[in-house]
Write a protein that binds this ligand. Structure first.
Ligand code: NDP
Length: 237
């Protein structure tokens, strides 16, 4: 297990679910962790008290707020962009404002945050964005906008890996499948349809994803960049 003692880590979207597991993991491994939240103030304050991390409010739909938060938290050794939202359903019926907001949170924020972080990131820096297995596979209807946003991250990571690689900064996407969180509860209405297409027919745990993020952030992963890392129980197999 890598130690992150002396490392500065920012997690965008850390108050709940996968983000909270990532905050817990880095804090347990010794990093100085700051995380953002938008709506879940109580959960954020509880997590900050539990882990000794710092919680700050910053809405990922607001480009200027994201850039300011990254700038004010730096120089960062590790940036993790976890904040993401869904906008599921029939594209013919969807609210276009909800789709535009999804693009701001799921695509624009990761891009602007990554670029801002890279301005002052030292050699060995790590940029990790939480995508989705739906970036590769969309086995049922109603996922178009969400899948579009997660596929966009793939091109971003490949491009930024080239831009920042000469400085020893890696850029990677972690692509979870069904993970038991508020967004996708293990006992939720999507359970059967999701498990039907999986090799391992259960939801994963937020801690599983945090473990992959920790490995990508550590010294063993210094040669890994511009790549997608799927952790989905075989959803996309
Ligand atoms: P949750 O809805 O359980 O948690 C989302 C987290 O992101 C919360 O901490 C939330 O903070 C934060 N967040 C959401 N919108 C914003 C915003 N506008 N500004 C700042 N923070 C925000 O989601 P998950 O933990 O399940 O998902 C985390 C990531 O993993 C997302 O990118 C999601 O797309 C991806 N993912 C999840 C899968 C799953 O099955 N759970 C599968 C594949 C990918 P707050 O409550 O304070 O607003």
């Amino acid at each position: 297990m890598a130690s992150f003692q002396g490392k500065t880590v920012l997690v965008l979207g850390g108050s709940r679910g996968i983000g909270a597991a990532i905050v817990r993991r880095f804090a347990a491994d010794g990093a100085a962790v700051t995380f953002t939240y938008a709506g879940s103030r109580e959960a954020a304050e509880r997590l900050a008290a539990e882990t000794g991390s710092t919680a700050v409010v910053a809405d990922s739909a607001d480009r200027n707020a994201v850039i300011a938060r990254v700038r004010d938290s730096g120089p960062l050794d590790v940036l993790v962009v976890n904040a993401g939202v869904g906008a599921f359903g029939d594209p013919l019926e969807q609210d276009p404002d909800a789709v535009d907001r999804l693009i701001r949170v799921n695509v624009a924020a990761p891009y602007h945050a990554s670029v801002e972080a890279a301005r002052r990131m030292p050699e060995g820096g790590r940029i990790i964005v939480i995508g989705s297995t739906n970036g590769d596979r969309i086995p049922f209807p109603g996922l178009s906008a969400y899948a579009m946003s997660k596929s966009a991250l793939q091109g971003m990571a490949r491009g930024l890996a080239r831009d920042f690689g000469p400085r020893g900064i890696t850029v990677n996407i972690v692509q979870p499948g069904p993970i038991d969180t508020d967004l996708n509860p293990a006992d939720g209405p999507m359970k059967e349809i999701q498990h039907a297409v999986m090799a391992i027919k259960r939801h994963g745990r937020p801690e599983d994803v945090a473990g992959m993020v920790a490995w990508l952030s550590g010294p063993e992963a210094s040669f890994v960049t511009g790549a997608m890392h799927t952790i989905d129980g075989g959803f996309a197999a």
